[in-house]
Design a protein. Structure first.
Lengths: 268, 527
C-alpha cells in the first residue's frame, strides 16, 4: 500500500523572493509537486526541486480560472498518490486567498495538511513604503478587509465600524470596488481628506505607489491603470509617507531607505 | 529522507531546518565536540583494518597530504587504487605498540569492535589520538562529512550522534556550493596581505570584502577570469579607500517573526549575519538570537528584573548613535516591526537625522498563531475581515472602540491581552457580543511548546487559567476558531484521531513535530 502523501499549504509572501521564509524554501526544495497561483513569482519557483512537477492553477486575466473545487481535487489526488505536495499561495495562506477551504478539503479526505505562514501583502507594502500599520497617535489598530465579494453580492460590511479613524484599513483585492468603498466610508463619517495609498505589485521590482485622499482615490487609482494586485492602505499613517505631512528629511530618508532595500534585493 | 538533487547555485543560503537542529541541541546546550582542522602534510598516520572503511580513511589521509601506515593482517581489494602511492606502507600483522612510534593520529577501522578497542588501548598508551570508525565515542574524535572545495572545506558533524543526518545535510550543501568556490577562496587568500595593508581597520576591511564577495569581482573569479578580477579589485579598493574615513552606518529594522527560526525571511537572516551590533528586547527567543553573527555586539533594551525597559526615545537615540559610529545596526523585533512594534517611532528619528535604514517585515503573531493553531483569520463562510487590536492601553482595555471591534464576519485578534483576559471577555459580552462566540488562546505560538486553549467568551478565562497559560499569548475571537477542530496539525496525532478534540489540547511536541519537513520526506523515501 502506498504511503499517503502530505500537503503543505505555504505562504509565498508578498512577491520579493527575499521575503520568503526559510521554511517555505526548504519545503520547495524537497517537494514532488508544486501547485501554485499566478501571484507567485518565477524567482520564488526557482527555489523548487527541479524535478518537481509544477501545476499552475492561477487566475490569469482573460483565461478561465481553475475553479476552487478543481484545485481541491488536484491537491487530494496528488497527496493520495503519495506525493509531497506544496500548495504555494501568495501572501499568507490564512489571510484571504481561500487557503482554509483547501485545508478543509484535505482534512475531509483524511489527509494531513500543514500550514506555513507567510508575510501578507499589507506587511510587505508597509515595510516597502515605510508606512507603519499601527503608530502611536495615528492608529491603535489595523484591519484587513477584502474588496472582492462573491458574484452578484453586495459588499457586506458594518460601515459605521469600518469608518473608525483610529484603525488603519487595508483593502485587499479592492481595485474593482474602491469607488464604492471610498464613498461608503465617507458616507459613514470617515474624513474625505484621509490619506490613502495604493500599492501595485508591492515589494516587486515593478512596484508602483500612489498617495491620494479618500475623496479622490477612486479616480487617481483608475487613472494609474494598474495591472496586477493592488493593496489600499487607508488611514492617517499614510501621512508618514508622501508630500503633504512629511518633513523633507523624512521624505528623503524614506526614499533612501527604499533605494537601499531595492539594491539589497538580489532579484530586483 | 531528503533526496539530493541538482540545483543551480543561488546566492541565498538554503538552510538546514534550523528548528530541527535547535531541537537536537535543546537537550544538551553544550557543544559535545570541538571541530578543528588538522595540518596533515607529511605526518605519519596509522590506519588499522583492511576493508572498505579502512581504505576510505587511508585515502582521505593521503588526500590531506599525510603518510599512511596500514596495519592489518589482511589488506583487501579496496586498497588496490592506493597501494601504488609511495606514501603508503603496509604492515601485514596485528597492531603493536612499536607501530605507533612517531605517529600523529590513529584511525581504527577494522569494523570489529574488539579489535578496535585493542587499538584504542595501545593508542592511549602511546599518547596518540585515535578515531574509531562508526563508533566515535570509543575514541578521541569523530570525522565529519566533508565538502571539499579546497582550500575551502565545509565539515558537517553530528558529534557522532547521527552520521547519517550529517551526510544528508552534506549532500544538500554539495548541490548549492559551486565547484569554483575553491578558486574564489584561493583568490581571496592571495589578496589577503595586500588588503590588510590597504585597509588596516578590520571592520572596514570586512565590509569591503563583503561587497567583493557579493559583487562583480567574485563573479569574474567564479567564471575563471582572474586577471580582470584583479584589475577591477584594485580599482574598487582605490575608490573604497578614498571614500572617507568612517564607513556609513545603517539601521536594519527587522521583524524576527513569532519564534520559530524557520519562519525568518531570507532578508532577515542575511542582515542578521551582516550586522555589527544587535539591539533586541525580550520578545526575541534565543534560537533566533543565536543566528545573529556571533561576534556582533549585543545590546538588550528590554525589561530586566527590577528594572524598566529602556524608554522608546532612548532606544531611538541609541540607534542613531550606533549608526553614527559607522556601525550596521540590527534592530531586531519580535513579530513585525510595523504591527504594534513601534517601528514607525524608531524610524521617525532615523529619518529626521538622515540615517539610512531599511525595514524587513516579519511573520506577525496573528499569522504565525493562525497557521500553527489551524485557525484561519478569514474564511468565506466565517469572516471577510480581520482586525488586530491590543489589549493593554492606559485608558481602556482595548485599543479600539466597540463599534469597530464588534463587527459581523470579522475575526478579532488581540495582542498582549492575556493579562486582562477576564475583564476583556466580560467587556465583549457587556457590549453586545454573543457569550457563546468562540475564542482561542495561543501561548508560545509556533514554538515547540505551543499551547492552545479554546472556549467561548463566557468560559475561556477559566479554561485558560486551568490550563496554566501565562503568556506570551495571542487571543483570536470569532467563529473561525471552530475550524481548529478540523484544521489543527501542529503537534497533533495523525488525522482522524485529531477529530476527538477536547476543549483544551496541550501541545508539547518533540523533535518530530517541530521539524515537520523531515517526517513526510521519510515517508516519500519509503515508496
Amino acid at each position: 500500500m502506498k504511503m499517503p502523501g502530505r500537503v503543505y499549504l505555504v505562504g509565498a509572501g508578498p512577491g520579493d523572493p527575499e521575503l520568503l521564509t526559510l521554511k517555505a524554501a526548504n519545503l520547495l526544495a524537497v517537494a514532488d509537486v508544486i501547485v501554485f497561483d499566478r501571484l507567485v513569482s518565477p524567482e520564488i519557483l526557482a527555489f523548487a526541486n527541479p524535478q518537481a512537477r509544477r501545476i499552475p492553477v492561477g487566475k490569469e486575466p482573460r483565461r478561465h480560472p481553475v475553479p476552487q473545487s478543481e484545485i481541491n481535487r488536484i491537491l487530494v489526488r496528488e497527496a493520495r498518490a503519495g506525493h509531497l505536495v506544496v500548495r504555494l499561495k501568495g501572501g499568507d495562506p490564512f489571510v484571504f486567498g481561500r487557503g482554509s477551504e483547501e485545508a478543509l478539503a484535505l482534512r475531509a479526505a483524511g489527509l494531513r495538511c500543514d500550514v506555513v505562514p507567510g508575510i501578507t501583502a499589507a506587511q510587505g507594502c508597509a515595510a516597502a513604503t515605510g508606512v507603519p500599520l499601527t503608530h502611536r497617535g495615528l492608529a491603535t489598530s489595523v484591519r484587513f478587509i477584502t474588496g472582492h465579494c462573491r458574484a452578484d453580492e453586495p459588499l457586506d460590511f458594518d460601515w459605521d465600524g469600518l469608518a473608525d479613524p483610529a484603525t488603519t484599513l487595508v483593502i485587499y483585492m479592492g481595485a474593482a470596488n474602491i469607488a464604492e468603498i471610498a464613498t461608503r466610508l465617507q458616507g459613514h463619517g470617515r474624513d474625505p481628506d484621509t490619506p490613502v495609498m495604493a500599492i501595485n505589485n508591492g515589494t516587486r521590482p515593478d512596484e508602483r505607489r500612489l498617495v491620494s485622499r479618500l475623496a479622490d482615490i477612486a479616480i487617481t487609482a483608475a487613472d494609474a491603470s494598474f495591472a496586477g494586485p493592488v493593496v489600499f492602505i487607508v488611514g492617517d499613517v499614510v501621512a508618514l509617507y508622501g508630500d503633504s505631512h512629511m518633513s523633507p528629511a523624512l521624505q528623503s530618508a524614506l526614499a533612501t531607505a527604499n533605494d537601499v532595500s531595492r539594491e539589497a534585493a538580489p532579484y530586483a | 529522507m531528503v533526496r539530493p538533487h541538482d540545483t543551480r547555485f543561488r546566492r541565498l543560503p538554503i538552510q538546514p531546518t534550523i528548528s530541527a537542529l535547535n531541537a537536537i541541541n535543546a537537550g544538551d546546550k553544550a557543544m559535545q565536540q570541538l571541530p578543528v582542522c588538522l595540518n596533515m602534510s607529511d605526518r605519519l598516520v596509522v590506519v588499522t583494518g583492511g576493508g572498505q572503511t579502512a581504505a576510505r580513511r587511508a585515502e582521505t589521509a593521503l588526500r590531506a597530504g599525510a603518510r599512511v601506515r596500514v596495519v592489518a593482517e589482511h589488506v583487501g581489494d579496496a586498497f588496490d587504487d592506493i597501494t601504488d602511492d609511495p606514501r603508503i606502507e603496509i604492515r601485514n600483522s596485528a597492531l603493536e605498540r612499536a607501530d605507533l612510534d612517531g605517529v600523529f593520529v590513529v584511525f581504527a577501522a577494522s569494523g570489529n569492535t574488539a579489535d578496535d578497542a585493542a587499538v584504542v588501548r595501545l593508542a592511549r598508551e602511546a599518547n596518540v589520538m585515535v578515531n574509531v570508525a562508526d563508533h566515535s565515542a570509543l575514541g578521541d574524535f569523530s570525522i565529519p562529512s566533508i565538502i571539499d572545495r579546497s582550500p575551502l572545506l565545509i565539515a558537517v558533524s553530528s558529534s557522532g550522534t547521527s552520521p547519517l543526518f550529517g551526510r544528508l545535510i552534506t549532500q544538500r550543501l554539495e548541490a548549492t556550493i559551486p565547484a569554483a568556490f575553491g578558486n574564489l577562496t584561493r583568490f581571496l587568500g592571495s589578496i589577503r596581505d595586500g588588503l590588510t595593508q590597504r585597509i588596516p581597520d578590520s571592520r572596514r576591511r570586512r565590509r569591503f570584502l563583503e561587497t567583493i564577495v557579493d559583487g562583480t569581482v567574485a563573479d569574474l573569479v567564479l567564471s575563471g577570469n582572474e586577471e580582470r578580477a584583479r584589475t577591477l579589485l584594485a580599482k574598487e579598493a582605490d575608490s573604497f579607500v578614498s571614500g572617507g574615513d568612517t564607513p556609513e552606518g545603517e539601521v536594519y529594522l527587522v521583524g524576527g517573526g513569532p519564534g520559530d527560526p524557520d519562519l525568518l525571511t531570507f532578508r532577515a537572516l542575511r542582515l542578521m549575519q551582516r550586522a555589527d551590533v544587535v539591539v533586541y528586547d525580550r520578545l526575541i527567543g534565543s534560537p533566533i538570537l543565536e543566528l545573529v553573527r556571533p561576534d556582533a555586539e549585543r545590546i538588550y533594551v528590554g525589561k530586566k528584573r527590577n528594572q524598566h525597559a529602556l524608554p522608546q526615545d532612548e532606544i531611538s537615540r541609541l540607534l542613531v548613535r550606533l549608526a553614527r559610529d559607522g556601525k550596521r545596526v540590527l534592530r531586531l523585533k519580535g513579530g513585525d516591526p510595523f504591527i504594534f512594534g513601534r517601528g514607525g517611532e524608531e524610524i521617525e528619528l532615523l529619518a529626521s537625522e538622515g540615517i539610512p535604514f531599511q525595514i524587513v517585515p516579519g511573520i506577525t503573531a496573528a499569522s504565525g498563531c493562525s497557521s500553527f493553531a489551524g485557525i484561519p483569520l478569514t474564511h468565506r463562510d466565517h469572516a471577510q475581515a480581520c482586525i488586530f487590536v491590543t489589549g493593554h492601553t492606559k485608558t481602556g482595555r482595548l485599543s479600539s472602540d466597540w463599534a469597530t471591534v464588534l463587527q459581523p464576519n470579522q475575526t478579532v485578534v488581540v495582542y498582549m491581552g492575556l493579562a486582562v483576559l477576564g475583564d476583556l471577555m466580560r467587556d465583549f459580552i457587556a457590549n453586545g457580543a454573543d457569550p457563546s462566540l468562540p475564542v482561542a488562546i495561543i501561548e508560545n505560538g509556533t514554538r515547540p511548546n505551543q499551547k492552545v486553549a479554546t472556549g467561548t467568551l463566557s468560559d475561556i478565562a477559566s479554561i485558560t487559567e486551568a490550563a496554566g497559560i501565562t503568556g506570551p499569548a495571542l487571543i483570536i475571537i470569532g467563529t473561525v476558531v471552530t475550524l481548529r477542530e478540523k484544521l489543527a496539525w501542529f503537534n497533533q496525532p495523525a488525522p482522524k484521531d485529531a477529530a476527538a478534540t477536547a476543549a483544551l489540547s496541550s501541545e508539547t511536541g518533540g523533535l518530530a513535530a517541530a521539524s515537520a519537513p523531515d517526517v513526510p520526506v521519510e515517508g516519500a523515501a519509503v515508496r
